[in-house]
Write a protein that binds this ligand. Structure first.
Ligand code: NAD
Length: 296
């Protein structure tokens, strides 16, 4: 990342903080995007104290003006933009029946508009400047598998995964790659969910938020320019890759329109061929890495 410039949203704490610090450690000048000025300034000070370059970009990244200002700050301050990490996020967990429109809208806005607005501004810059670029979006296993009590968050995160795949296709001709990660780490967002599992100072702390940053830094580099439109699980020392939703079985009706009554028996064949069970499943229980099997 030497002589490169990166913007990280929500970089004042948690996973984003780790990403900003690692990008700077690898030589990038970093714009620390944050809605919380104190948190941003602390990260900037930490990077500068370690000999790196960073400035704060204060504002709500889901507001178009603030997102455009964030991208402009990188160009004005450091002369260019090479990588954008869309990381900012919030939770408002509630089962659907109890969920208020405000809780729904807040999560959809911060995550989806919070990805759209900086990405649009960065892509416009890369197209106009004729420069290559790298984008890392932040999805979640909640969006891929579906986590109980998170219809708002899961819908936003599934949207981010789709957004990322489509941006990758649209920006290919401009030399911009775009990937998404589904991280897992112990942060303010997951307070209490992931216990400290390191047995001592020497031992690897699997759920430490800084464990996400090395792979994200790689995705922000020219060395990963050929990787695009992919979704990775990142936690501890584990990097997974997800296969996109894939059709696994089909039933047809000899080239004729179906009668709804036919499905009473025909749907059984569809499920039998697919190996899937018809009812609602707890897909999160199938995660390769979860807090339950890691002694949280
Ligand atoms: N921690 C996990 O296990 C986990 C799992 C899956 C996905 N994620 C995702 O990773 C990302 C980072 O989460 P975290 O766990 O580090 O959370 P965190 O709460 O520790 O940090 C998020 C940061 O984003 C900032 N932020 C929130 N809204 C913002 C906005 N509109 N504009 C600018 N900054 C904003 C917050 O002030 C905060 O500093 C989020 O997108 C989250 O959904 C985290």
């Amino acid at each position: 990342m030497q002589d490169k410039v990166a913007v990280v949203t929500g970089a004042g704490r948690g996973i984003g903080r780790g990403e900003a610090i690692e990008l700077a450690r690898q030589g990038a000048a970093v714009v620390v995007g944050e809605v919380d000025a104190d948190a941003a300034n602390e990260v900037v000070a930490e990077i500068v104290a370690a000999g790196g370059s960073a400035v704060a970009g204060i504002g709500d990244c889901s507001e178009v003006d603030a997102a455009e200002a964030l991208i402009k700050r990188a160009i004005d301050e450091f002369g260019q933009l090479d990588a954008l990490v869309n990381n900012a996020g919030i939770l408002r967990d509630r089962t659907l029946i109890k969920m208020t429109p405000e809780e729904w809208d807040a999560v959809i806005k911060v995550h989806l508009r919070g990805h759209y607005a900086p990405t649009r501004a960065a892509c416009e810059y890369w197209k106009t400047a004729g420069r290559p670029g790298h984008i890392v979006c932040t999805a979640s296993t909640s969006g891929i598998m579906g986590n109980f009590g998170q219809t708002n968050y899961g819908a936003a995160k599934a949207g981010i995964a789709a957004f990322s795949v489509i941006v990758a296709q649209e920006m290919k001709k401009y030399g911009v790659n775009c990937n998404a990660i589904a991280p897992a780490a112990r942060t303010r967002m997951t307070e209490g969910a992931y216990g400290e599992i390191a047995g001592g100072e020497e031992e690897f702390d699997f759920w430490h938020p800084d464990n996400v940053a090395p792979f994200v830094t790689y995705l922000c580099s020219d060395a990963a320019a050929q990787i695009s439109g992919k979704i990775f699980g990142v936690q501890g020392d584990a990097v997974e890759i997800y296969r996109p939703h894939t059709s696994v079985a089909v039933i047809t009706n000899d080239g004729k329109r179906w009668d709804p009554n036919d499905f009473i028996t025909a749907s059984e064949a569809l499920f039998a061929e697919s190996g899937l069970t018809p009812g609602a499943e707890n897909m999160m229980a199938k995660l390769r890495y979860s807090m339950t099997d890691r002694g949280a």
